[in-house]
Design a protein around this ligand. Structure first.
Ligand SMILES: [Zn+2]
Ligand SMILES: [Zn+2]
Length: 149
């Protein structure tokens, strides 16, 4: 892929590491060679086709277009933040159900990235009731409502 700066390539590496993925695991998931990812992360952006780069970006939760715009507008290297979220699908194995006093709860698992690693659902980044930051457990500590009902 053309027009990807070295900093953005580096951002891919940071995001991959933040998610605890090795180059070979990512390569297997995407269907490309580990060497190609290695070269790409070192700044040889042309080693991967646009198709593969966008698949990897999706997996890592990176918005390339946004990073490129940021770099262009600020003239500074792009920064990638990897925030956490939970899967809002009650059927998803990332959430563990339990019952207290006849009420059912789901203990959420906080995951990094944009999509759920288990089912591909878009992760919820905040409490759907009050918008507070997430905490481990089944309920928001700010408003007390269940994350998954
Ligand atoms: Zn899920
Ligand atoms: Zn809340």
């Amino acid at each position: 892929m053309q027009n990807v700066s070295k900093t953005i390539c580096q951002a891919f590496k940071d995001a991959r590491r933040a998610l605890g993925l090795s180059q070979s695991v990512l390569a297997d998931e995407i269907g490309c060679h580990q060497e190609a990812i290695s070269m790409f992360e070192r700044g040889n952006a042309t080693k991967l086709s646009e198709e593969y780069v966008s698949r990897i970006a999706k997996r890592l939760g990176i918005d390339i277009k946004k990073l490129q715009d940021e770099e262009e507008n600020s003239g500074k290297p792009a920064e990638v933040s990897v925030s956490v979220g939970y899967c809002p699908d009650c059927e998803c194995p990332s959430n563990s159900p339990y019952t207290v006093g006849g009420r059912s709860f789901y203990r959420i698992t906080l995951q990094k990235g944009i999509y759920c690693a288990h089912c591909g659902e878009v992760l919820e980044k905040r409490c759907p009731s009050c918008g507070a930051a997430l905490n481990e457990g089944a309920c928001c500590t700010m408003c007390g409502s269940r994350y998954i009902t």
